[in-house]
Design a binder for this molecule. Structure first.
Ligand SMILES: Cc1cc2nc3c(=O)[nH]c(=O)nc-3n(C[C@H](O)[C@H](O)[C@H](O)COP(=O)(O)O)c2cc1C
Length: 310
């Protein structure tokens, strides 16, 4: 692991997760870095967030699982992954050799799943754990559809995860709620070191010629430029409700998009759908942010956070 350069204007600490820069690739959108290594220098990234890991291998949902809409992407992958053992023994060594921070995203259908995943990952050299309580594409045993739709279930999961690990714990929140500030507060009170927002918005599209839904799962999660205004509003709302750092996600395609998230209160950003358009999107945004700070004589990215003039 490379040492972080302390003169770096982009350096940031996200609840104990020390990053050389605040730009990460979002869960489920960047693979395990093997595909991208020939295209970009992965070590430049602030961090790579893994596809959400489940205890057992999961085949995901039935196809079709991706559909491109006017200004976004609908997906119903359904947490397809090879499971915890495969992650620890084959994916993680490859990821660690990429020379950047690795954040393991975990998903489950009950509290015990999250506990077991956090305990196992605590014994590995992942740098932090992102707790995906907000995937719209898997069925849960919880009384609500998603854990992150309820402050009580949010706090139960986060509290349990925190008991299993000393690594920074990030709660990934859902936009499919009435008040995301309430859920962010619940995560903070339960001990989350940071919150990341947003996961995808529930959506669907219809093939009118066949009278059928576009996705095999009928509904899916909407991501990409279409959701940026929703994500910005939610980051801004949460910024006024919690003291822990917020990681902004949703439709970030350019440096300008990322800057808008910092102004609304994000301390870092994740790039998702943009990776499918251009695998170098995150690298370009890092370069763009560095230039933006330099041109404005700013010494550190922290000077931007929450500086929206209202
Ligand atoms: C194909 C695809 C797969 C995804 N898989 C996951 C996942 O496994 N876990 C998770 O927390 N989020 C997952 N997401 C959500 C993204 O991490 C991100 O929160 C969302 O796409 C919004 O960001 P964007 O508009 O930049 O894509 C996935 C998104 C896409 C498009």
């Amino acid at each position: 692991m490379k040492k972080i350069n302390t003169n770096n204007a982009l350096e940031i600490d996200i609840g104990g997760l020390k990053l050389a820069n605040p730009v990460m690739t979002a869960s489920g959108t960047f693979g395990y870095t093997q595909e991208c290594r020939e295209l970009i220098s992965v070590s430049e990234l602030g961090a790579v967030i893994t596809k959400s890991i489940t205890l057992q291998p999961s085949p995901g949902n039935r196809p079709p699982r991706l559909w491109e809409t006017t200004a976004g992407l609908l997906n119903a992958i359904g947490i397809q992954n090879e499971g915890l053992d495969d992650f620890v023994h084959s994916k993680l060594p490859l990821l660690k050799s990429a020379g950047t921070r690795i954040v393991a995203s975990i998903a489950g259908v009950c509290r015990q799943d999250y506990e077991a995943l956090a305990k196992a990952l605590d014994a590995t050299d992942v740098d932090a754990i992102e707790v995906n309580i907000s995937c719209p594409n898997i069925e849960h045993k919880s009384p609500t559809t998603l854990f992150a739709q309820d402050p009580y279930t949010t706090s139960c999961i986060i509290r349990s995860v925190k008991k299993q690990t000393d690594k920074p714990v990030i709660a990934k929140l859902s936009p499919n709620v009435t008040d995301i500030g309430l859920i962010a507060r619940a995560a903070e009170k339960a001990g989350a070191d940071a919150v990341s927002m947003i996961n995808t918005l529930i959506g669907m599209d219809v093939d009118i010629a066949r009278g059928k839904p576009r996705l095999g799962n009928i509904t899916g999660g909407l991501s990409g430029p279409a959701i940026k205004p929703v994500a910005l509003a939610m980051v801004w709302q949460a910024y006024h409700r919690v003291k822990i750092p917020i990681i902004g996600i949703g439709g970030i395609m350019s440096t300008e998009d990322a800057i808008a998230f910092f102004l609304c209160g994000a301390s870092a950003v994740q790039i998702g759908t943009a990776n499918f358009v251009d695998p170098a999107a995150a690298s370009n945004i890092i370069r763009g942010l560095r230039l933006y700070l330099k041109n404005r004589g700013m010494k550190n990215i922290r000077e931007l956070i929450g500086q929206l003039k209202v």
